[in-house]
Write a protein that binds this ligand. Structure first.
Ligand SMILES: Nc1ncnc2c1ncn2[C@@H]1O[C@H](COP(=O)(O)OP(=O)(O)O)[C@@H](O)[C@H]1O
Ligand SMILES: [Mg+2]
Length: 361
């Protein structure tokens, strides 16, 4: 296990990480699909790399695709490739990631963001091991192992009909959960050490040190952005340090600054990564836009209905209007024909005749 950790640069001595590495080593050699869960920055990609690197596919490609970052319209052509002329801009035949990853592994990051139509195609590939490039009728065979990752609860996405149930079942054959850093704080000193060394190597300087109070402060913080945030923080702290020793003061500034940077005027949940907050902000903006759209639609609908009531080209038949006037008059006078005739300014006899003609009871 130590060799494995060393080879793939996975730092950690906590029980949870050790257990996770254990399972990873066990399942790496098979071709089974793997679903990796975990918050942003916990190391999902590092585990995907380890699975591929420890498998028999190691010599072939590991292709990483972030399903959330590629625009919907482009994702399918990126994944499956396309034939020349299959859409505007397809100026030549192009291999998709599936073909590039043939014999190897395809890492589908942020799988929850994959559009439903693409999910159908992915499921087909998983079942038949073949597919067609966009615009092509030739079937291409591929042998690709799928590793998918997400920070969303896929069961919830399935319940909300945003994710296909059958695909979910296919993907979750093996599920790995990479725990957030705050739940394995005993790994923090090791990680800090590693990041300090890396910084020194990269900048060709002597490795910096960290004092006890600074380390205590780091251990107290909840690291919403997980290892990625820790790594960035240590690097910035190194750059700001003058005397070769990372102090509590430097760190306090860095970590507090990050929290103050969170957007104002919006519900701010500390404990969440800035990435999540950014995404939420976009989400809120979209919801607001959608509300505006619905309102606009209502306004248009109302005005259309209004138009109908004052349609200047519409004329009611005279007979209909007469009948309606009689019914109304009888209604008002509670059936008293004499009063009704008065209201209508006709004789009582004429009223009787019209009642009979129109069949008004
Ligand atoms: N156990 C670990 N040991 C060392 N570095 C790690 C570990 N886990 C994550 N990292 C580093 O943290 C950063 C974020 O990891 P990544 O795998 O991209 O996270 P995720 O895909 O979950 O967002 C990367 O730079 C990665 O190398
Ligand atoms: Mg990632």
């Amino acid at each position: 296990m130590e060799d494995f950790q060393k080879k793939f640069d996975i730092i950690g001595k906590s029980r949870v990480i050790k257990d996770l590495i254990d399972i990873t080593m066990q399942i790496a050699k098979s071709d089974i699909s793997v679903l990796i869960y975990g918050e942003s920055g916990v190391g999902k990609e590092i585990f995907a790399q380890a699975i591929h690197g420890y498998s028999n596919r190691e010599k072939k490609n590991l292709v990483s695709v972030n399903c959330g970052a590629i625009p919907e319209g482009i994702l399918e052509s990126e994944l499956f490739g396309h034939k020349k002329g299959s859409f505007t801009g397809a100026v030549e035949d192009r291999k998709g990631y599936f073909e590039i990853a043939n014999g190897g592994t395809l890492f589908l990051d942020e799988i929850a963001e994959m559009p439903l139509t693409t999910q159908v195609k992915l499921l087909r590939i998983l079942e038949t091991k073949d597919f067609m490039r966009l615009g092509s009728e030739n079937i291409t065979k591929v042998d690709v192992r799928i590793i998918a990752a997400t920070n969303k609860d896929l069961q919830k996405e399935v319940d909300a009909k945003r994710f296909r149930h059958d695909l979910y079942f296919r993907l979750k054959a093996v599920t790995l959960f990479v725990p957030p850093l705050r739940e394995r704080k005993e790994d923090i000193p090791l990680l800090v050490d590693k990041f300090l060394k890396e910084y020194a190597e990269r900048n060709k300087i002597q490795t910096l040190d960290i004092d006890t109070s600074a380390m205590e402060y780091i251990l107290k913080y909840s690291w919403p952005g997980n290892i990625r945030e820790l790594k960035n923080t240590i690097e910035t702290a190194c750059a700001l340090t003058r005397d070769g020793m990372l102090s509590e003061e430097i760190l306090k500034n860095l970590i507090t600054i990050k929290q103050e940077e969170a957007p104002l005027n919006l519900p701010v949940h500390l404990n969440r990564s800035t990435e999540t907050l950014d995404r939420e902000m976009i989400y809120y903006a979209l919801i607001e836009l959608k509300k505006d759209l619905v309102e606009l639609k209502d306004i248009i609908k109302e005005s259309k209905e209004g138009d109908k009531n004052i349609d200047i080209n519409h004329v009611e038949p005279l007979e209909k209007m007469e009948k309606e006037a009689i019914v109304k008059a009888l209604d008002i006078t509670k059936g008293n024909k004499k009063s009704a005739a008065n209201l209508l300014e006709i004789s009582e006899r004429t009223l009787y005749r019209k009642i009979k003609n129109y069949g008004i009871i």
